[in-house]
Design a protein around this ligand. Structure first.
Ligand code: COA
Length: 260
């Protein structure tokens, strides 16, 4: 499928989705939301895409938020629909059956920060800055930001960030658990690739199960989460990969997982 605001490539098991409006700091306009929606469907069903990386074009921004120009003249009903649609698309990413990694190469603000938080793992360039500055526009985050940020960093820090609109440096974001790792900007994509290769060497069913157990388990009480984990653990024991993993350990060699 041809896209204009994003570029999708699939190579050696890694699908890379690059937000491609560098002149506008990769601001997410309606077309980009539509194309991301379609791209998430596309990589979900593509067997060649086993890990998904999302990044921004240029060296300034991952994404500097939703396109503020599109807010001009927007009424409450259109805004409600806009929010629900953005939430739906990012939830599709969050629940995708494949591991997803945000390679945060610059500003991740507003919708950009929300997109980053919908990924499984975020690695950031040391030059990146994150935040939810919507309050400075007289509005609030509408693509999951009030919910995911509070869950990731705690209610108090989320309120501080979303009531002030202040930006965090990558280092600060790492300290509070908003990103996993900070690396020199020039090494970001190489580090992300190393992470992808490590994940690609693992069994696909176990990868799915661990993601599902964490995602579904984080929505429920502890006993229910334990039950989700037990069932996911049981499913791993239906795979050839678990036989291979255990056998490889006993034979003191690297496992060769087949994804089944
Ligand atoms: N929506 C639309 N356009 C945006 C944008 C956004 N969220 N963020 C940046 N841009 C555009 C700017 O309008 C500018 O376009 P122009 O050259 O046609 O004027 C271009 O991207 C470069 O941005 P600029 O503001 O000139 O860069 P800067 O280095 O001075 O500042 C930021 C960078 C990120 C601090 C600043 O662009 C900013 O605050 N952006 C908005 C962030 C935000 O509020 N996001 C939440 C939206 S809900």
């Amino acid at each position: 499928m041809g896209f204009e605001t994003i570029v999708v490539t699939v190579k050696e098991g890694i699908a890379t989705i690059t937000l491609n409006r560098a002149q506008q700091l990769n601001a997410l306009n309606r077309q980009m939301f539509r194309e991301l929606d379609a791209a998430f469907d596309q990589v979900t069903v593509d067997p060649e895409a086993r890990v998904v990386v999302i990044t921004g074009s240029g060296d300034r921004a991952f994404a500097a938020g939703a396109d503020i120009r599109e807010f001009v003249g927007m009424g409450p009903v259109a805004a409600l629909d806009f929010s629900r649609n953005a939430q739906r698309i990012f939830r599709k990413l969050e629940t995708m059956s494949k591991p997803t990694i945000a390679a945060v190469n610059g500003f991740a603000l507003g919708g950009g920060c929300e997109l980053m938080m919908a990924c499984d793992i975020a690695y950031a360039a040391d030059t990146a800055k994150m935040g939810q500055p919507e309050i400075t526009l007289g509005i609030i985050p509408g693509a999951g930001g009030t919910q995911r940020l509070a869950r990731l960093v705690g209610k108090q820090k989320a309120k501080e960030l979303e009531m002030t609109g202040d930006m965090l440096t990558a280092e600060e974001a790492s300290r509070i658990g908003l990103v996993c790792k900070v690396v020199p900007a020039a090494e970001l994509m190489a580090e992300v690739r190393k992470l992808c290769e490590k994940i690609l060497s693992k069994g696909e069913v176990a990868l799915r199960m661990v993601k599902e157990a964490i995602e579904a388990g984080s929505q429920v009480d502890l006993p229910s989460g334990m039950e989700i984990e037990a069932k996911a653990w049981g499913i791993c024991f239906t795979t050839e990969d678990h036989v291979e993993g255990v056998q490889a350990f006993l034979e003191k060699r690297k496992p060769n997982f087949k994804g089944r």
